[in-house]
Design a protein. Structure first.
Length: 318
């Protein structure tokens, strides 16, 4: 008996997975699913597990790994702008409109579907309104509300939490420790030109080290990922994947900065420190604002520098 592709760690047996498994077993799975959450790799693993269960069934004439199956098609952002174009969308639609090769049905996995430009989204909407027979469309995104409301309303939604642990990268744990120590010095009060200068030097040291850790982590992750990429990707798709990988690591690092700030503040908030409450609230508001600007191509070093300069002011106030 062939074993189905496993679900991502920690997701097997969860309500969302159970519902999907039961719908597949009863042949009642919706033709279009929106898989969303905080981590694209988790969503991609879920999509491949679904595709494997839909394609490698007793009625199939041959069995293939889901990501290499002739009846499983993928659409990804392409180029440095990481857009899904109208032409690429039309090409995918053309593939799913033909009869399956070896399985009873076809599956299309649309990675980062929020990266569709408006023309592509409108073309795809027509396919959602009149889906091809014996086809399942799996839409993946970490930003579901960036999709057209008309697309969101025509798909069945499933949210999946990230299953990975804390980021493991050379120099990252010491960076977080030094960041918390820097906040500790600020909250103790900063007075005098020499003390202010020392904190500013510390700030820019954190900015420089953040960039170095991100670059090293991206290079290491990119090297590992290249070994697992489908062989038929073109150069634009590879560039888009590598850019997305860097953006994902960057987002995780900023999320852990937020977590480190929260941990630092909670130790003091429990004692009823009103000054800490104000500083923490202001710092998180600034961090979330800057993270939002990253999606508009703000440089991560500029975003972190602006956040730390704001933190310098907020945490050192009496």
């Amino acid at each position: 008996m062939t074993v189905a592709q496993p679900w991502p760690d920690q997701l097997a047996g969860t309500p969302a997975v159970t519902v999907i498994e039961q719908a597949i077993a009863r042949q009642r799975l919706s033709h279009s699913l929106l898989l969303h959450g905080d981590d694209h790799d988790t969503l991609a693993a879920v999509a491949l597990a679904i595709a494997d269960r839909l394609l490698n069934v007793p009625g199939a004439t041959a069995r293939f790994p889901a990501d290499q199956h002739p009846d499983c098609f993928a659409l990804r952002p392409a180029g440095k702008m990481r857009q899904i174009s109208a032409d690429a969308t039309r090409e995918l639609i053309g593939k799913v409109q033909v009869s399956p090769a070896v399985a009873p049905r076809k599956v299309a996995i649309l990675h980062e579907v929020d990266r569709m430009n408006l023309a592509a989204a409108n073309i795809f909407l027509k396919t959602l309104e009149e889906p091809p027979a014996h086809t399942t469309l799996l839409l993946l995104t970490t930003r579901p509300y960036a999709l057209l409301p008309t697309i969101r309303s025509r798909v069945l939604h499933f949210r999946f939490p990230a299953v990975g642990g804390a980021l493991v990268a050379d120099g990252w744990t010491p960076w977080l420790e030094d960041y918390r120590a820097w906040l500790g010095r600020l909250s103790g009060g900063v007075s005098g030109k020499t003390a202010v200068a020392e904190q500013i030097f510390g700030l820019y040291g954190l900015v420089a080290r953040f960039g170095a850790v991100l670059d090293a982590a991206t290079a290491e992750a990119s090297k590992a990922q290249k070994e697992n990429l489908p062989p038929d990707l073109d150069d634009d798709e590879i560039v888009a994947i590598e850019t997305g990988l860097a953006n994902g690591l960057r987002a995780r690092m900023f999320a852990e900065v937020e977590g480190a700030t929260r941990t630092f503040a909670l130790e003091r908030l429990s004692a009823g420190d009103e000054r800490t409450r104000r500083a923490y609230s202001g710092a998180i508001e600034k961090l979330e604002h800057n993270i939002g600007l990253l999606r508009l191509n703000l440089n991560e070093s500029a975003a972190l520098e602006d956040f730390l300069l704001s933190s310098l002011r907020l945490w050192s106030q009496k």
